[in-house]
Design a protein around this ligand. Structure first.
Ligand code: PLP
Length: 392
């Protein structure tokens, strides 16, 4: 992919692909007609509508192929958050009451749904993770209750990149006859997925994490899985998600899936090699640096580090000054910096969690980008440490 430009037109070294990805130009090209001349409503019976319907159904088939699913099991949504809501809330509300099992390191799109359900009469268990950020399937088994209605464990974590043993968790779910949902927002289009072979009943994905547009995603729901729709409305998506389809988004998602099927394996190997060089270079140049998450069981593009005695946000601002975009584990909530719940869950003390940085690499990154980070970050750390009020 070509260079990425910041809002002021400057070249940016973009190392935040877990947050979002640039739209692949081939995706933008595929979407264009559906933003201009092909504007029909796919529910209209005249030709201009039916042509658009065909484009929607073609995209559905491509997504089904990406997941090893049937087209009828693909429901288009507005993104990962809505898919997670529909899977968990939809299933829980269909049952009316019961217990939910999830992990302590889920994205807020899952955690806050489960918390909402707790406020509305459901109970929940948040399974802990080990210091490597991996969920122990044995803990999932232990958490099950006679009234457990759903198990939801993410495929890969968005902060540390750890890949969870979802096949093992799915088989525990199957044995207990409990539907299993996985949030695959960080893995769809990056790692091979096969819902049948992996035992997944419900899966969430989002186009903007793999070079598609924002505001479009999918909920895969296997045949026979019953849930209450989150968006009631028209008959669209077989009544499972009302609302006129986001046609340009759906076409873009289909194109992104098609590209991913051809390129994800090579991309994963390439970003993994770059990420490993970045980590090795940081370890050589910066003292008191910790690398978070399981060393092998994690996404190839993600490096999550804690650089002790320096605020993550302070490093980010200085990296930004040098045209480098990354992210930190602290989220700014109502004016205060909250340490990442994921880093806390893997046992990192709050003061160290505040010193975290996440680099997430993607298609457009090159060795020069890594060299630039390795040139720029060590002096930033040195400078900040010399001014730091952190106890050492
Ligand atoms: N789940 C995970 C693991 C994510 O990383 C994200 C986005 O960061 C979401 C869900 C939410 O997806 P969306 O931005 O499409 O609503």
């Amino acid at each position: 992919m070509s260079a990425i430009f910041g809002t002021a037109g400057e070249v940016m070294i973009y190392l935040d692909h877990s947050a979002t990805t640039p739209v692949d130009p081939r995706v933008a090209e595929a979407m264009k007609p559906y933003l201009t001349e092909s504007f029909g409503n796919p529910s209209s019976i005249y030709r201009a509508g039916q042509d658009v319907r065909m484009a929607v159904e073609q995209a559905r088939e491509t997504i089904a192929a990406l997941l090893g699913a049937r087209p009828k099991e693909i429901i288009f949504t507005s993104g990962g958050t809505e898919s997670d809501n529909t899977a968990i809330k939809g299933l829980a509300l269909k049952r009316g009451s019961g217990h939910i099992v999830t992990s302590a390191i889920e994205h807020p799109a899952v955690l806050n749904v489960v918390k909402w359900l707790e406020k509305n009469g459901f109970t929940a268990t948040y399974v802990p993770v080990g210091s490597d950020g991996v969920v122990d399937p044995g803990e999932v088994r232990k958490a099950l209750k006679p009234d457990t209605v759903i198990i939801s464990v993410m495929h890969a974590n968005n902060e540390v990149g750890t890949i969870q043993p979802i096949e093992e968790i799915a088989s525990i779910a199957k044995e207990a006859r409990i539907p299993f949902h996985t949030d695959a927002v960080q893995t769809a289009g990056k790692l091979p997925l096969d819902v049948g072979g992996m035992g997944i009943d419900l899966l969430s994905l989002s186009a903007h994490k793999f070079y598609g547009p924002k505001g479009i995603g999918v909920l895969y729901a296997g045949q026979g899985i019953r849930f209450e729709p989150c968006v009631h409305g028209g008959h669209q998506e077989w009544g499972k998600r009302g609302g006129t389809e986001n046609v340009p988004g759906i076409v873009g998602l289909g194109k992104a899936a098609e590209i991913a099927m051809g390129e994800m394996q090579a991309d994963e190997l390439r970003v993994r090699a770059l990420r490993d060089k970045l980590e090795a270079g940081l370890a050589d140049r910066i003292s008191d640096i910790d690398f978070n998450g399981h060393r092998e069981k994690r996404l190839g593009g993600v490096a999550n580090v804690c650089i002790r005695y320096v605020e993550g946000e302070a490093m980010l601002l200085r990296l930004d000054y040098h045209g480098i975009a990354a992210s930190s584990g602290s989220a700014c909530t109502s004016g205060s910096l909250e340490p990442s719940h994921v880093l806390l869950a893997i046992g990192i003390p709050a003061e160290i969690a505040h010193s975290s940085l996440r680099f997430s690499l993607g298609k457009g990154n090159s060795q020069e980008d890594i060299d630039k980070v390795l040139e720029v970050l060590p002096p930033i750390v040195e400078k900040l440490r010399s001014m730091s009020a952190f106890p050492r």
